[in-house]
Ligand binder design. Structure first.
Ligand SMILES: [Zn+2]
Length: 226
């Protein structure tokens, strides 16, 4: 293949690798069963020494079992928190080693980000993660083989009250309540990607649990919802 052909083909190959994989993910990522008024809380980007212990305290008080999608490097730095998440009975998910977008990862880097994250979380928490979630939900074609190899299904979400732009704790609760449907998987953040996300979540969480229960939802572990 000449250089000119390669240059012309590169954008198409990249689009298939990234955007094409998003279409596959839409079809294959695990979703909640739409049976009964059940929903699952999931937390990304921790463990965070400032916010995750407070989130765990709230969940224990409210008797809610949730899922934590940990960043491998953070789990390695805060193994006592990762271990507590596991000991408290929450589901564990892998959110890659360093929270790099898979859109800019080659197949080898993808396997490295997923594999290194998985093993770091397993070592820190004392048991391996059951699920995988790519940062920002951005997938690539190499991800599917890597998660199959580790037996960690890719789980995205159906409700994300705070995305890339900060929203107040009150708005976070309101948005979650409006968007939640039977089988919802709520995507929350117990650490800062967006600045202040962990603090806003900790502030919002008790009211969020109240409002969902008030609407008749039972908050179930992710493993039970899927
Ligand atoms: Zn994330």
């Amino acid at each position: 293949m000449t250089a000119a052909v390669l240059i012309c083909a590169a954008p198409a190959l990249w689009a298939t690798y990234t955007w094409g994989s998003q279409l596959v993910a839409l079809g294959s990522a695990r979703r909640g069963r739409r049976v009964g008024r059940m929903a699952a809380l999931t937390f990304d980007d921790g463990p965070d020494p400032r916010h995750t212990p407070a989130v765990l305290d709230i969940l224990a008080r409210e008797r809610v079992s949730a899922a934590f999608f940990l960043i491998g490097a953070r789990a390695e730095a805060e193994p006592h928190i990762a271990r507590r998440i596991s000991a408290d009975g929450h589901d564990l998910g892998n959110h890659t080693w360093s929270h790099k977008s898979l859109w800019i990862c080659s197949p080898a880097e993808t396997r490295q980000e997923i594999g290194r994250g998985h093993h770091a979380i397993a070592a820190a928490a004392g048991r391996p993660p059951q699920f995988f979630r790519p940062p920002w939900g951005m997938t690539n074609l190499a991800m599917f083989g890597a998660v199959r190899h580790l037996d960690t299904p890719c789980v995205l979400w159906s409700v994300q009250p705070e995305g890339r732009r900060a929203v107040s704790a009150a708005d976070l609760v309101r948005r979650a309540a409006q968007a939640t449907r039977p089988g919802a998987i709520l995507d929350l953040h117990d650490a800062d990607g967006v600045p202040g996300a962990g603090a806003r979540l900790t502030q919002a969480l008790p009211a969020l649990i109240d409002v969902l229960r008030g609407a008749g939802y039972t908050l179930v572990p992710l493993r039970d919802l899927l």
